[in-house]
Write a protein that binds this ligand. Structure first.
Ligand code: XBP
Ligand code: MG
Length: 254
């Protein structure tokens, strides 16, 4: 079977969005609502174990604020806070504050030119994906991706494989025809759970995660003038950035 499609996670993979993007947006929404919830960098790193912003807020209250007096309708508060947070986050993206990670634009453009199909499988909210793609790749960038699987379209978020099954079904492809790109243990477990070979690029929040089962673990996708560092044992002799040739070898070998 040939490699037909590349399926990308968003947060932490296309761009380093969590520490200076989502986390800041959550804190702005909390302050706006008059809540004394403040997620500093280390706490947010711990909270990232729970994927999904709404689920993360519920987890925060249960795990860290047991004495906080819950309102009668917690679901309504969470939904309202999440809508505000998404507004703050998309505003941050519009200000150009979150660039793509190294090698992302290059790989997307090279893959498109070679006729590979592209898709997205993410836990974040669809509006966030649109804003990131438009503000980093341009107004028509969403059309580069045949399928964008995002947020609540599936009942269970990562590490459940649901979002990858959702994308594979809409691509009409078997997992064996695709490669996934992820940044976290939850993401790798979701992709592997759906049977996908997976390339991992780590970031400050995920560097120490368990990436057993990844086809390769890198610090980033690399550029011709900015070589990647290989953090796992993988046969990449002679490669210094993620070319289609390297991906084909990983695909064939993994
Ligand atoms: C990362 C997530 C998301 C974001 C916050 O998604 O788990 O929940 O942290 O976005 P992925 P929302 O790595 O799968 O792209 O608040 O919209 O959930
Ligand atoms: Mg991610």
């Amino acid at each position: 079977m040939a490699l037909d499609a590349l399926i990308f996670d968003v947060d932490g993979t296309l761009a380093d969005t969590e520490r200076d993007g989502h986390r800041v947006a959550f804190n702005r929404a909390f302050a706006e609502a008059g809540l004394d919830w403040a997620w500093d960098v280390p706490l947010y790193g711990a909270l990232l174990a729970v994927t999904g912003g709404k689920e993360r807020m519920r987890h925060y209250v249960e795990r860290y604020r047991p004495d906080w007096r819950r309102p009668p309708n917690m679901d309504e508060l969470v939904a309202r806070l999440h809508a505000a947070k998404t507004r703050h986050y998309t505003e941050l993206l519009a200000q150009g504050g979150i660039p793509l990670r190294p090698g992302v634009r290059r790989l997307l453009e090279t893959a498109r030119a070679a006729g590979l199909r592209l898709a997205i499988a993410t836990t974040t909210t669809p509006a966030n994906v649109s804003a990131l793609l438009q503000h980093t790749l341009g107004p028509d960038a969403e059309s580069w991706f045949e399928v964008i699987g995002a947020g609540d379209v599936v009942p269970a978020k990562k590490p459940a494989p649901d979002i990858y099954y959702y994308v594979l079904e809409r691509l009409g492809l078997a997992p064996a025809a695709c490669l996934a790109f992820e940044d976290s243990e939850n993401g790798l477990r979701a992709a592997r759970g759906a049977g996908l070979k997976t390339v991992v690029t780590v970031n400050d929040y995920t560097r120490d995660h368990d990436f057993t089962g990844a086809a390769i673990v890198l610090d980033h996708l690399g550029e011709p003038d900015a070589p990647f560092s290989v953090l796992s044992s993988a046969p990449v002799n002679g490669f210094s950035f993620t070319s289609l040739d390297l991906l084909s070898r990983l695909y064939a070998g993994a």
